[in-house]
Design a protein around this ligand. Structure first.
Ligand code: SF4
Ligand code: SF4
Length: 113
């Protein structure tokens, strides 16, 4: 499995937070913080935007590191990703992502090009 694919199937390689982190791009950090604040209805500051990827070594956002229930569950079950889990098709945790994101589902199933 491509190491940039998160446990939930999202592609960290195209995540703006990761791009800002690896390029040390503070202007992009500001843009991402503003967008994520509006999207989530909480205050997210540019200083919080440090993440190298869900399954990559290195820094992660606090949410991705410790709060995301999908990552915590998959780590606890020693799954490579949720795609390796027998419960994937019926799991409400990863289902919250997969029901709206066919690309993430394809990443987990290995059916994307
Ligand atoms: S784990 Fe990090 S790089 Fe991956 S989607 Fe979440 S914030 Fe972006
Ligand atoms: S139970 Fe759900 S969140 Fe946990 S590893 Fe399986 S598919 Fe992923």
């Amino acid at each position: 499995m491509n190491p940039y694919i998160a446990y939930c199937g999202l592609d960290c390689e195209v995540c703006q937070a990761r791009i800002a982190t690896v390029n040390h791009d503070d202007a992009l950090r500001q843009t991402v913080a503003k967008e994520w604040s509006e999207l989530n209805g909480v205050t997210i500051t540019p200083e919080m935007i440090h993440c190298e990827g869900c399954r990559m070594d290195g820094v992660k956002t606090v949410y991705c590191d410790s709060l995301c229930p999908i990552r915590q569950c998959a780590l606890g079950k020693c799954m490579e990703t949720c795609g390796a889990c027998d419960a994937m098709e019926t799991c409400p945790k990863v289902g919250a992502i997969l029901q709206n994101n066919a690309e993430a589902l394809g990443n987990l199933k290995g059916t994307n090009k």
